[in-house]
Design a protein around this ligand. Structure first.
Ligand SMILES: [Zn+2]
Length: 279
């Protein structure tokens, strides 16, 4: 069994065949967490989770890129963001459904800064909204799925401050957040571990060798795996639309680097995900 801890079957790329893709994954014993990026996709993630008796869960949250309206374009994607105003009560209502197992994805994204808004203003709003969603997650005792691009230092600083101010809300001896699609170095990974967070790997590790040393030395209880589909298809599926079944290739790559069997990595990552999301 495998768990894709970060999928987006709730996005338009799957609007015609999400159910087919979900069934295909479940048949091969692959579970998934569909992750929201704004209110609409969060609600859709919950709808899919409610539709299946087991193996499909949801995370709800407002992604930092959706705070401003602009055209987001890279080699991996091309879409227009919403410019959504964060509504704490509305997200709280969604987050209370039993199939919602995390708040996410939330965080900081300092990659798209050329959007006709002052840089200070973008960063300030992103930090404010992240803070509110950290509060939401901790008050409901839900784990966090954190997105961070070009912003690891700032994220670490903000989380340190949050932990200091809200010591009463912090869990003891339990991982309370995951830095998804980890793309940093070993120092950065350990900074996150020291804050009580874990990390998760996407297809990035199948086409870049720069994570090998980190993965080789990584303690078994500090990582999960994900596809981030429809984006970031792993080798040997580069160029295709990504989907939860492909999470197997990420597990295979980790097994190869750690010199363990695929079954062992499947067991380790599944246990980590079940414990983290309480599923
Ligand atoms: Zn994502």
């Amino acid at each position: 069994m495998l768990i894709d801890t970060h999928a987006h079957l709730n996005l338009n790329a799957f609007k015609d065949d999400a159910d087919e893709v979900i069934r295909r994954a479940l048949q091969k014993n692959t579970w998934m967490i569909n992750v929201g990026a704004d209110f609409k996709s969060s609600r859709r993630a919950l709808d899919y989770a409610n539709k299946y008796e087991r193996g499909v869960f949801a995370a709800v949250g407002l992604h930092p890129m959706h705070l401003f309206k602009f055209n987001a374009k890279t080699d991996e994607y091309d879409f227009t963001t919403r410019g959504e105003e964060f509504n704490y009560d509305a997200y709280e209502q969604l987050a209370k459904f039993s199939k919602v197992v995390a708040v996410g994805e939330v965080g900081l994204d300092f990659y798209h800064m050329d959007i006709g808004v002052a840089k200070d203003k973008i960063m300030k709003l992103q930090k404010d909204i992240l803070w509110q969603q950290l509060l939401l997650a901790r008050r409901l005792d839900l784990p966090l799925i954190l997105h961070s691009r070009k912003s690891y230092d700032c994220l670490v600083e903000l989380i340190r401050r949050f932990k200091k101010e809200h010591r009463d809300l912090m869990p003891k001896n339990k991982s309370w957040g995951v830095v998804h699609c980890f793309e940093g170095n070993e120092d950065e990974a350990w900074q996150f571990f020291n804050l009580g967070l874990i990390i998760s790997f996407t297809g990035l590790i199948t086409f870049s060798k720069r994570f090998n040393d980190l993965i080789r030395r990584l303690p078994n209880d500090k990582f999960m795996i994900e596809t981030d589909c429809p984006f970031l298809a792993p080798e040997p599926c580069r160029g295709q639309r990504n989907e939860p079944l492909f999470v197997k290739h990420i597990a295979e790559r980790i097994a190869e680097i750690k010199n363990l069997s695929l079954e062992q990595i499947a067991e380790i990552t599944t246990q980590n995900a079940r414990k983290f999301f309480n599923i």
